[in-house]
Design a protein around this ligand. Structure first.
Ligand code: GRF
Length: 194
């Protein structure tokens, strides 16, 4: 009596291949008192991913698999996820395509962030392509992962104006700031609907 009702943060794994600015941002988000997630595991296909340094600084377990033998690596990852009771997967600059079999096992529990206004500009080099096509706007999208690349149901999207001076690199930086805002929001949205 009189005690506040505790809530349990959802065990989450983040998959990365590179810099990890979204990873860092999601870790900070997870550390907020009322955050709905707790990050227990970082998975990468790339030993040299810069973002892996956050494993050490935040004391979060990391696992690296090369994914060249995809089904072997995925089976190992599935074991790791089970061992750590992972309930939610957030892809954050993860450059490998997960198999149907893997996705089925985490149906509706895998999110991705993509730097374009999906369904436009799926795949790589989004900023370069948007500028080249003289788009007025680009942006970023958080979506569920399904078996087609960058095609799952959209959860949240932010439109960002492309200015005449924008190079792909400037646009990337501009959009990345918004990615850091919408990914936590999208996670809250998804988890409040569970
Ligand atoms: C982001 O632009 C994300 O949208 C895309 O890959 C990039 C990863 O950046 N999927 P970072 O590693 O989180 O800094």
């Amino acid at each position: 009596m009189g005690k506040s009702i505790g809530f349990k943060k959802i065990e989450t794994a983040i998959f990365i291949s590179g810099t990890g600015s979204n990873l860092n941002n999601l870790i900070k988000f997870s550390l907020q008192k009322r955050s709905p997630i707790k990050i227990d595991l970082i998975i990468s296909n790339n030993t040299n991913a810069k973002g892996l340094r956050f494993s050490k600084s935040y004391k979060i377990r990391k696992k690296i698999y090369d994914f060249r033998k995809k089904s072997n690596s995925e089976n190992q990852v599935l074991k790791d996820l089970k061992k750590n009771q992972i309930k939610l997967i957030c892809l954050a600059g993860f450059m490998k395509i997960l198999s149907n079999n893997f996705i089925k096992k985490f149906k509706g529990k895998i999110l991705n962030i993509h730097p374009s206004l999906l369904p436009k500009y799926k795949g790589l080099n989004t900023h370069h392509r948007a500028i080249k096509n003289k788009e007025k706007y680009s942006g970023c999208t958080v979506h569920y992962v399904n078996s087609n690349l960058d095609s799952g149901k959209i959860i949240l999207q932010k439109k960002v104006k492309i200015s005449k001076k924008d190079t792909p690199n400037l646009l990337k930086k501009k959009i990345l700031k918004w990615e850091h805002k919408i990914y936590p929001k999208a996670i809250k949205k998804v988890l409040s609907n569970l």
